[in-house]
Design a protein. Structure first.
Lengths: 905, 350
């Protein structure tokens, strides 16, 4: 029994026990954690088991009514190899690809794009189909990555995502993601697969096809499926559904349609593409048969190597050769295609030939013309050379003899040029008319015969070149480049075409289609068409243009609103493409991607100018605008005014504020003082004292400040960072200047360079003493300041000056005149100089801009850079548009266009 | 994509076409080029220099050239283009229209195919679209650039006019430059301006009068809008300055010195410059009163009435020393010259 004073037996709790108690609590937490962990493991395990049990084959979801099917075994490899292509840049430059391009660039600009783990995630199979009429369908096989994505349909019920809509019908669950007002894509998760398309119907169609068994898996042999994909050599092989493609060809008419309909094709056609930045290859194979009589001699014919190839002069810039069974077959085909008109012509010719020449048409033409005809062009001569192979020399002589006897050969029929005898033939009108009706206009041509090839041209010079090339061995076939282009291409095709884009553009590379633009990247190439026992093979092989210098970047020029002040071009983090920023004539500050997608615009005061500076520590994160008067505005990358801005100052700066370190520098004219402006807009006066206003920002280097308050004696000051004058300073530069002194480093020592308007180039040491060889008196009047060329260590390598009459001088810091050249039509009073490292060798090249709609570019010898002048009026900007590690120039123009050029030196 | 298969099968036939259409990959040779150049130069006189006499003779020559046989479609297209232009200049628009059709069948990429179509097109927007379409196909076409330059100049879209003049001069050479350099220079001066309006007729004066100067300023809406308090400042002060300038000379034309004085007076009036600032700065010191003061600008004497005006405008980079030494105070300014200084001054003034 307890007594009142008794206390119950309370356990004597010592601190250790308490900790045990707490340990018990933490132990409890630990158990919960372990339990949770086990739950996750079990969950994941279950999902993994589910994955193993429900794994699906992507081929079972590819509809059989596709147009083209491309299998990409690894998206990662595709991303690494294919998307770095110049050709891919062209494809992406299309306006319809704007959102894809921007998304891709945004992704490429993220650090995660290079993350190893992330790239492994990307290492998945992708099936790409084009469905009729031209709808893309992509089926990803996520494989083990699908363990988590299986939860997406469930999770999406509880986690709303902006612009994402989940739709569930009786059979399927799918999602639609709205990218912008006009663009959306639909996708569905199905176990380990993701099926996506820009059209909902395509996704639902794929799911339906799978249920009903109308898929590629059931319609195509395994052998054919095995042919697909990306080979070790980097070639991509596509499969085209021939039947579905043919159904699309409903716009053919007349004989072409008859001919086409007579052809029978295999069910699948294979297309192979191998492309890198140096070479382009395309191959299409199909077994084609026809019951049309007119095609039998062509389909069944096995050609011999083209003989003319070994005779083409080295200067040949295009050549088309056709292998034919005989000339009569070709004319028959032409009759089939061109119809009655040609037939009538042929009948007329036949009648006249028999009357006037006593020759049948066979004797006149068909009996002696052999199995090869063609045409080629030689650089610098506009007239082409036609040629044909003589199959029967005796019959040819017989026909010519008849022509000669009929006085169709001119009396003065021989010409000797460069020791080559060239004959001339006046064709009978009826024969000239026949040729004219098929577009070959030869009334009074020259001709020569070499071996059994008969060459005809209106210009005898071409024939001299043919003869000389053969005798001297200076033929196209002997050129190394030609051999490289034709490597792996037989010379026995039905058709052989060679082209050199430097000289002329063949029909298939003309225009602005994506294919034509891609082909133009590869300057020289061949197109062949082979037929081997019914297997037709089309090949295009081309090599990269060896032309260096500036070339137009795909997708440019594009239009813009034009600016009343200097626009800026910059790459900002998180933004896919670099931005073009400018104030238009309606006082709107506009931000758009360099390729033209407008991002935002805000109203600003008239005469507002953008400052080429940023308060960001290591990269751009804001936009600074200045209105004379003086108002400073700071915007974020979405066009919002930053907190605390705008800031108005009770003074006016005598020059547009410039960047100095992380601050801006301006000159307060009211109080005659230099002012630093920081990120908060605070203005901090510099302690130096000025008797007159500065008209441009001073030069700062280390703890030195150099400046020139405008006066008529060219007096230049050098002070320390506190405004204390350095010993030996100020010094006199000689006369008025429109520039400012530049602090440079040369041979490790700081020096001051200064150019006066009268062309006196000064270079002082820190002690105020002119360097040896200075001052240098340059001819002309100088309205633009000098530019300093530095190397990658920041050491000065030279000074560039430009006089009002366009004389550019390059002076080395040791006082030597390295180069001097007067540039025609360069207005040095208006043009501005710019030094920019276009060649990426650490030393800048010289550019001029602003005086016209041309940007001129010069090397250190003041020779024009290849590809220059280029178009544009404002300051050029060097940026990497597509994140391919190569820089492009972007130049807006007053013309209302933005130009861009790739730099390849 | 569907075209790929078509291409495989029909390439054979395309090859036949290629043989019969060598012009697609051909260009005009040296001799033909020289002949075309002669025609081009002659046509330029009628098209741009206002000559009329002898045009029918040129037309006949072109008709004759057009009749000659030949299968270079590039050359043929260019001859047809010149002939069409010749018809157009003669007022034979129906013939010109027929030529347009002919060119389209010979070489639809021919430059004058687009030039003529644009000239024959009555709708302004369509005209511009046609010419731009021609340039989209190939940008190195001087005649199309020149047509667009004149089109934009007329529309007072000076930035676009400038760029097209530059391209045209580069491609067409000196004849076009000599003819239109004034238009080009005006375009350069006006390209960034927001204020070209009623004052254009004064700006275009080759020798600007004082009245013209006053008109350029007072009709400048941008200037009036930007003045503080929207005051009657322009009326009173400009009249005062104008009177002062007129009193100082009997010459009604505006000289460089007078323009400098005008700017200087406005700056003084606004309190941005102390009157006589340079006269005082260069004044002889005690003890050397009466000695001759050397002016930093040799052709503007220290005692000249516009000494301060010249030094202030040069120092503020409103006006310049053309040769780096002298100011050339007595040179008469054109309207465009003054306008360019005025634009710089406005920024300085604000």
């Amino acid at each position: 029994m307890l007594m009142p004073n008794d206390t119950p037996n309370r356990p004597n709790v010592d601190p250790k026990d308490r900790s045990k108690k707490r340990g018990g609590f933490f132990g409890f937490l630990k158990k919960i954690f372990i339990g949770f962990f086990l739950l996750v493991i079990v969950g994941l395990g279950s999902l993994f088991v589910h994955y193993l049990l429900t794994q699906k084959d992507s081929v079972d979801f590819l509809p059989e009514d596709y147009l083209v099917y491309l299998q990409i075994p690894s998206l990662k490899e595709f991303y690494d190899d294919i998307l770095h292509l110049d050709a891919a840049t062209i494809v992406l430059s299309d306006n319809e690809m704007a959102s894809v391009r921007d998304g891709l660039l945004q992704f490429k600009s993220l650090d995660v794009a290079d993350n190893w783990f992330f790239r492994q995630l990307l290492d998945m199979e992708l099936n790409f189909l084009v469905l009729p009429p031209d709808v893309p369908l992509i089926v990803f096989d996520l494989d083990w990555r699908s363990v988590l994505t299986r939860l997406v349909p469930f999770i999406s019920n509880y986690v709303p995502i902006e612009n994402l809509t989940k739709i569930q019908n009786e059979q399927d669950i799918y999602f639609i993601y709205q990218i912008d007002e006009t663009t959306s894509f639909a996708f569905a998760f199905l176990d380990n697969l993701v099926i996506a398309s820009t059209e909902v119907d395509a996704v639902l169609g794929a799911l339906n096809a799978s249920r009903e068994g109308n898929t590629i898996a059931n319609s195509t042999s395994e052998e054919n499926l095995a042919k697909l994909g990306r080979s070790a050599e980097g070639r991509l092989r596509f499969m085209a559904n021939t039947d579905a493609l043919l159904e699309q060809l409903d716009d053919m008419e007349g004989a072409n349609k008859d001919l086409f309909e007579s052809l029978s094709f295999p069910k699948e056609t294979f297309l192979t593409l191998s492309v890198d930045n140096e070479r382009f290859g395309f191959q299409a194979e199909a077994n084609v048969a026809s019951d049309l009589d007119v095609l039998q001699p062509i389909i069944g014919f096995t050609p011999q190597p083209l003989e003319a190839v070994r005779m083409l002069p080295a200067e040949t810039f295009y050549y088309t050769g056709i292998n034919i069974a005989n000339f009569k077959d070709m004319i028959d085909l032409a009759l089939f295609l061109q119809g009655e008109e040609l037939e009538n012509n042929l009948n007329t010719v036949s009648g006249l030939s028999e009357t006037l020449l006593d020759l049948s048409l066979d004797e006149l033409l068909f009996d002696w013309i052999g199995t090869e005809v063609g045409v080629f062009g030689i650089k610098g001569i506009p007239d082409p050379v036609f040629y044909l192979k003589v199959s029967d020399q005796a019959k040819k002589l017989y026909a010519f003899e008849k022509l000669a006897n009929s006085l169709f050969l001119e009396d003065d029929n021989t010409l000797v040029l460069d020791n080559v005898q060239i004959d001339r033939l006046k064709l009978p009108d009826f024969l000239a008319g026949l040729l004219g009706s098929i577009g070959v206009k030869l009334e009074f041509p020259y001709f020569i015969q070499r071996d059994n090839l008969f060459f005809v041209s209106l210009n005898p010079e071409t024939l001299v070149k043919v003869a000389k090339a053969q005798s001297q061995g200076d033929t196209l076939a002997n050129q190394e480049e030609f051999r490289a282009i034709t490597q792996g291409v037989g010379f026995d095709p039905h058709l052989f075409m060679y082209y050199d884009l430097h000289q002329a553009t063949p029909f298939f590379a003309q225009g602005n289609s994506v294919m034509a633009q891609v082909l133009r990247l590869y300057a020289k190439g061949v197109v062949t068409l082979h037929n081997r026992k019914g297997d037709w093979e089309l090949k295009i092989q081309a090599v990269k243009s060896d032309r260096k210098g500036a070339r137009e970047y795909p997708g440019f020029p594009r239009e813009w609103n034009t600016s009343i002040s200097e626009p800026l071009v910059r790459r900002y983090p998180g933004k896919g493409e670099p931005l073009l920023l400018y104030v238009d004539r309606f006082a709107k500050l506009r931000a758009e991607t360099v390729s033209g997608t407008e991002l935002w615009n805000v109203s600003v005061e008239p005469r507002t100018q953008l400052i080429n500076a940023d308060f960001g520590e290591d990269r751009f994160d804001s936009i600074i605008a200045y209105t004379p008067g003086s108002k400073l505005e700071l915007y974020d990358l979405d066009g919002n005014t930053r907190h605390g801005f705008p800031v108005s100052y009770p003074w006016t700066s005598t020059f547009l504020p410039e960047a100095r370190g992380r601050n801006l520098i301006a000159f307060d004219e009211n109080n005659q003082q230099l002012v630093f402006l920081d990120r908060e807009g605070r203005a901090t006066p510099w302690p130096g004292i000025f008797e007159r206003a500065l008209r441009a920002a001073p030069s700062l280097r280390g703890n030195n400040v150099a400046y020139y308050p405008k006066d008529f004696t060219g007096t230049v000051y050098l002070t320390d960072e506190n405004g204390e004058s350095r010993p030996g300073w100020p010094v006199q530069g000689g006369s008025l200047s429109l520039g400012q002194p530049e602090l440079i480093s040369y041979q490790g020592l700081t020096r001051v360079a200064f150019l006066t308007q009268r062309g006196l180039l000064n270079l002082w040491g820190i002690d105020g003493v002119q360097n040896e060889g200075f001052p240098i008196e340059l001819p002309g009047v100088y309205f633009q300041d000098l530019e300093v060329i530095t190397d990658s260590n920041g050491e000065a390598r030279g000074f560039v000056t430009m006089s009002n009459d366009g004389l550019i001088s390059l002076v080395s810091p040791d006082g030597r005149l390295v180069a001097q050249k007067k540039i025609p039509r360069l207005n040095g009073q208006r043009a501005k100089l710019l030094v920019m490292d276009l060649t990426q060798d650490g030393i800048g090249e010289i550019l001029t801009y602003g005086d016209s709609d041309f940007i001129r570019g010069f090397d250190w010898n003041l020779n024009s850079l290849e590809g220059f002048p280029i178009k544009g009026s404002y300051r050029p900007w060097l940026v990497d548009i597509n994140l391919d590690q190569k820089l492009e120039l972007v130049i807006p123009s007053t013309e209302g266009k933005v130009y861009s050029y790739t730099m390849d030196f | 994509m569907k075209m790929i298969l078509l291409a495989i099968v029909s390439l054979w036939f395309l090859a036949c076409q290629t043989i019969t259409q060598p012009t697609v990959v051909n260009s005009v040779g040296e001799i033909e080029f020289a002949q075309l150049t002669v025609f081009e130069e002659e046509l330029f006189l009628y098209e741009h220099q206002g000559r009329t006499e002898g045009l029918s003779e040129l037309t006949r020559k072109l008709e004759s050239e057009n009749e000659k046989p030949g299968f270079n479609r590039d050359y043929k297209g260019r001859v047809l283009g010149l002939l069409g232009m010749s018809y157009y200049l003669e007022g034979r628009t129906n013939d010109a229209r027929k030529i347009v059709q002919d060119i389209s069948s010979v070489n639809p990429l021919e430059e004058r195919y687009f030039v003529l179509r644009g000239l024959l097109e009555p709708l302004e927007d369509e005209k511009e679209r046609i010419w731009k379409e021609g340039l989209d196909l190939a940008s190195n076409r001087g005649n199309l650039h020149l047509q667009l330059a004149l089109f934009y100049y007329e529309k007072r879209d000076y930035g676009k006019a400038l760029a097209n003049f530059d391209q045209a001069f580069f491609l067409l050479g000196t004849a076009s430059e000599n003819r239109y350099s004034e238009y080009r220079e005006n375009s350069f001066a006006f390209k960034d301006s927001l204020t070209i309006g009623e004052n254009l007729e004064y700006i275009e004066e080759e020798e600007l009068t004082l009245t013209g100067m006053a008109a350029i300023v007072s009709l400048d809406s941008d200037w009036n809008r930007s003045l503080p308090q929207g005051s009657d400042y322009p009326e009173t002060v400009l009249v005062w300055i104008g009177d002062d300038l007129l009193l100082s000379t009997q010459n009604p034309l505006l000289t460089r010195a007078q323009a400098a004085y005008f700017f200087y007076s406005l700056l003084v009036n606004e309190g941005k410059v102390v009157e006589g600032v340079y006269t005082n700065a260069f004044a002889p010191g005690p003890g050397n009163f009466g000695s001759r003061v050397e002016s930093p600008v040799p052709d503007v004497a220290y005692r000249a009435p516009y000494f301060d005006a010249v030094l202030v405008t040069v120092e503020r980079e409103i006006m310049e020393l053309p040769d780096g030494v002298n100011f050339f105070p007595d040179i008469v300014l054109s309207g465009v010259d003054f306008f360019e200084y005025w634009e710089v001054f406005k920024n300085e003034f604000q």
